[in-house]
Design a protein around this ligand. Structure first.
Ligand code: PLP
Length: 283
């Protein structure tokens, strides 16, 4: 298994990070995860744009171009013979000693990337997952894809302990935001409703693809906060992320959504999403 570390593709066992890397000590960095289908990067540009935007928001200058990342990822995919899966990569501010909250301007950001195989399993998308609702106690910069994921991890693990696949966050009973590692959308009377892309959510690349597909399919949609009551009374609920793609939610807490499986509007979007992958990655 090969990984990318600071511009070099090396063996996983040789990849070592300094203990005074600010990503390790402070979570001072950002990350992305890009889906790979049949060895092809899906929505690469969109992910890179989000990476550079996250970097700007934390005052971090990435000294590498999109083309450099593409060349590294292409090499990594080939060397690891990755077909369908994902690339995880992160950029931390770099090594600074002694530890200091104030970052030096002159640091060289540390970058790393790994690959992971993850075959598509559409039956998982359709069968209807169980979810729980959890108060959203995270910070107010959820639009930054930051390495700091403790709030997300706490919720994910709470869900796992409850036998659920995902935790759906709410800021108040009036505002459902997103999930611990995905976005959430509801369908009510044919209208898709999802939280607007602001500082309360990570604007998922999958969410963006879905909204553009909804437009093409003439599925009306509203980007507005919805309530816990609307969530539980929805005709359909689905989560979205690069790994979930469009995954139906069959249960929210102890409430069954629809017939507990994927509904007709979500199915239409999932089919269009699959076509989009085929168009771009030839599967
Ligand atoms: N929201 C959160 C908190 C996430 O962690 C993720 C994915 O990791 C998403 C939304 C979905 O983003 P994307 O569609 O880009 O995977």
């Amino acid at each position: 298994m090969k990984v990318l570390l600071n511009g070099k593709i090396i063996d996983r066992k040789d990849a070592k990070v300094d203990i005074e890397d600010r990503g390790y000590q402070f979570g001072d960095g950002i990350y992305e995860a890009i889906r790979v289908y049949q060895g092809q990067l899906f929505t690469f540009q969109e992910h890179m744009q989000r990476l550079y935007r996250s970097a700007e928001k934390i005052d971090l200058t990435i000294p590498y171009t999109q083309e450099m990342f593409k060349a590294w990822f292409t090499e990594l995919i080939a060397k690891n013979q990755l077909e369908t899966g994902m690339i995880y990569f992160q950029v931390s501010r770099g090594v600074q000693a002694p530890r200091n909250h104030i970052y030096q301007e002159s640091l060289t950001p540390a970058i790393m990337a790994t690959t992971m195989a993850a075959p598509r399993d559409l039956s998982e998308h359709r069968k209807g997952i169980k979810t729980i609702t959890v108060p959203d106690t995270r910070w107010l910069h959820c639009d930054i894809k930051s390495l700091n994921l403790l709030g997300n991890l706490m919720a994910t693990n709470q869900a796992a302990k409850a036998g659920a696949k995902e935790a759906i966050f709410y800021r108040s009973p009036d505002t459902v935001t997103e999930c611990s590692h995905s976005n959430v959308s509801i369908i009510k009377e044919g209208v898709l409703i999802t939280h607007p892309a602001n500082e309360y959510i990570l604007n998922g690349i999958t969410r963006q693809v879905i909204l553009s597909l909804a437009k093409q399919l003439s599925i009306p949609f509203e980007e507005r906060p919805f309530t816990l009551a609307e969530l539980k009374a929805a005709d359909e609920v689905f989560i979205s992320s690069i790994s979930a793609e469009v995954t139906a939610v069959g249960q929210v807490d102890d409430v069954t959504i629809g017939n507990g499986k994927i509904g007709p509007v979500s199915e239409k979007i999932l089919t269009a999403f699959t076509n989009e992958i085929e168009k771009n990655c030839g599967i």
